[in-house]
Design a protein around this ligand. Structure first.
Ligand code: T46
Length: 138
């Protein structure tokens, strides 16, 4: 379950009205995990990148709540680049996938639903270490 092929776009529920739309998300129903934490990235200066790490156990769903940005996914063999630019699409990222986020539009907001509480020990922040861990589990 740690190949970029297992990352997928999930079309989220969307309720439209004359005054706008709403997207409700229920953990374990609309997405493959229960939601333990929510956070969002915003005010990213032009030209800056976020991410640049993998997680040992954490699963996430990334949503562009506003604007757009690119997500580069790597598994040590393959690379995928996905542009998120709609609030009703979520990018599911299983554990052990390297990710980088860049090309943020002005005012972009990246909403993240996460399967676990914050734990710095869950991060793999060095790409060489990530490749070694991937080799060891193959
Ligand atoms: C990912 C992208 C999309 C906390 O204290 N609590 C938290 O819940 C989080 C997420 C972060 N932090 C602290 C830890 C660092 O000192 O905030 C600082 C920056 O965190 P991080 O390196 O995780 O930031 P990003 O934007 O590079 O990455 C985050 C996610 O962690 C990551 O998994 O995919 O957003």
């Amino acid at each position: 379950m740690s190949s970029v092929n297992h990352c997928k776009i999930i079309t989220l529920p969307k309720i439209d009205g004359t005054t706008g739309s709403i997207t409700p998300i229920t953990g374990g129903k609309d997405i493959p995990f229960e939601i333990a934490r929510i956070y969002y990235l915003y005010d990213v200066p032009g030209g800056e990148a976020r991410g640049g790490h993998a997680h040992k156990e954490l699963q996430q769903l990334l949503i562009s709540a506003s604007g757009s940005f690119d997500v580069i996914l790597k598994d040590g063999r393959k690379k995928r680049k996905i542009c998120l630019n709609r609030s009703y699409y979520g990018l599911y990222i299983p554990k052990l996938i390297w990710r980088e986020l860049d090309n943020f539009s002005t005012g972009a907001i990246c909403l993240v639903l996460a399967s676990l509480p914050y734990d710095e020990n869950d991060y793999i922040r060095n790409y060489k270490s990530y490749l070694n861990i991937k080799k060891a589990i193959l």
